[in-house]
Write a new protein. Sequence first.
Length: 91
Amino acid sequence: MDNNNMKYRNIKYSYHEWKTWTGKLATGYHCEDKALLKGLNTVSFGTKTINEMQETIDDYIDNRQEHLDDQQQYDLAELEFMNKYGTLNAD
């Protein structure tokens, strides 16, 4: 992989640099691996350090079933809420 595109445990992620609105240099890592996040509402995530990125990837892989179970519980709670209250109108 090149300097901006990396791989850990066969999961692709990338390094980014940008300037904040105050002109300071900021850096971070971003992952949007579809296979890693399949079945979850999360489509991407970011971290400040490479260690945080690797720990987060480890968590998604090593605790996959727990994340899927949590997502299923969230989906059921959301469905129950919507059935009870419907959509909320701002007017």
